[in-house]
Ligand binder design. Sequence first.
Ligand code: IVH
Length: 698
Amino acid sequence: MNDPEISPAERAATLRQRLQHHAHRYYVLDAPEIPDAEYDRLFQELQAIEAAHPELLTADSPTQRVLGQLLPGFAPVRHAVAMLSIRTETDTEASGALAFDARVRRELELAEDAPPVEYAAELKFDGLAINLRYDRGVLVQAATRGDGETGEDVTQNIRTVNKIPLRLIGCDAPVLEVRGEVYLRRDDFERMNERQRERGEKTFVNPRNAAAGAVRQLDPAIAAQRPLSFFAYGLGEVQGWPVPATHSATLDALASMGVPVCTDRTVALGAAGLVQFHRAMGAERDALPFDIDGVVYKVNSLALQQRLGFVTREPRWAVAHKYPAQEQVTRLERIEIQVGRTGKLTPVAKLVPVFVGGTTVSNATLHNLFELRRKGVRIGDPVIVRRAGDVIPEVVGRVVDRTVDRTVDAPAGTPGPRSPYVPNFRFPRACPVCGSAVLREKASIAHCCTGGLFCAAQRKQAILHFASRRAMDVEGLGDKRVDQLVDSGLVRTLPDLYTLGPDQLAGLDRMGDKSADKLVEGLARSRQTTLPRFLYALGLRHVGEATARDLARHFGMLDRVMDASEAQLLAVNDVGPVVAHSIRTFFDQPHNREVVAQLRAAGITWPEGEGAAAAHQPQPLAGKTLVLTGSLPHLSRDAAKALIEAAGGKVAGSVSKKTSFVVAGEEAGSKLDRARELGLTVLDEPGLRALLAAPAAD
Ligand code: IVH
């Protein structure tokens, strides 16, 4: 940057060009290529050069105007009162607050011993600025900031945001413009991206981009599917409404009219109050349900705000005080594969450690192979890492370097843009933890280890599931106990459970004689089980209780299930190709067969043929579909379901024309309404019992 070969004039020109490019990507296309912090750095470098060499300043320098362009497609809206931006204090330490307070006091010509200035301190939401225009209390227009003078009319899309009131409570002022930030909560953002991932579609880089995309989405129906949120932080044009004397009272007034105002705000006294707020919110930041990139301080008194006025486009009475950026650039060194508790294989980026979102990050998720390909990241690339809140850090993309043409080094025949070339990384075919085959199911984007019972990564999860109430029902074997047993090395595989005796257990923390005995007894009791329970307990992918029961019923004996071909499995009620393939793959793994053999050797038994015998029990509900709603007086939902299924019926989650009966208990909701609409038979608990006892209709 201080290369003596490059003159300040050349550097300034380069910076302007780069900033223009990135501003267009950011504001117009909503597709940034670099993190904000990187943009800010370039911007500040240009500002510094221009300050040192005023002769280099040009009228079109990005430092000289508020950026943003109109997108074709939305009608322009001229703001009655310009939408300004605020100065940013990039110093993330306490000194940023001190500097602002000192400036305000100087501008107000306050004596050193004058009392502290009162500030309104609030959060700096990371979304998109919106002006909401209310005409006699009714929302008539919503506009983006645009270039500050003219924005875009996005009324249709904003109307779909449930949190924004269409009518103000108790306000019929001729004109009241409310300004604030449209944003996406982190959980809504994660869900949205999860859905995109499941569909194999492009994910959004961060909540802010997703929110901006939704607001400027030309199809309001699509905008409506994005769960946007809103917080007000100020006013625009006002006619016929008595504006309170302070900013904090203004926000209180807006809140009482039904406008969302964030409660994480305060009135702070002097620099010390600001520093305290900055610190307190910094500590809260990760726990907040939405992203913030800093806090905002505003002189609370509107009269003082007026005295302070503006410098070009920024008020002297407000400042944004940042926190460490939640996105940073670093280098991707390696890609490792991590096996989750459920057997899912996740590519994890090993990064050159970087300080992001307040901590040092050296691992970040790449989610799955398809997303990795779509993002086009390769080992050695500079990449953007995001860490916000408690969410696992992720690589959101690579930094685009236009000097490298990726198409050149891809060999002929390289697949098109849906699966770009990732030449220096290969997804493993065997689980890196246990060596079992890796399977990716049709229509799924996740690769999974098939070593279920054998794989160390899945051990705890497998044991917990095995011991659970509806599986082997081992009393005294919960979360903490399983952690202890596995971490101490006492249990490596499921059969190890049945070798445990009081002596071994005695050494464990918080394991008194009583609980040791209870666990040993629980294990002993679980040895006597049923085939459906045992099959379910093995934890095969896609084999839930119902499928386990169907398998037991159909084949009657475990060995027949284990040896059934996919075609034979397909003959089982409700078993489709994905389930059949999963069962076959599971029993094809020698480890899994060995675990089954060891469990049987440990004394686990069931009445062989019992499952098949069940088929000959009366099936009064064969072919019937029932829906349960509300709570029944004497039957839990699980119990009712079990009874219905034992009688050959099915339990569905929603009411349709195909529903045979609806069983309604107390506080039955919309399902009951729907049943009545469709004219279905509605039963109470005695009605259900009568049906269960009845002989089959045919
Ligand atoms: S006040 C004249 N308060 O930050 C002051 N802005 O450059 C106008 N922002 O794009 C802004 N949280 O959308 C204000 N609590 C807050 C804010 C906030 C986020 C955004 C705003 C604007 C940018 C300011």
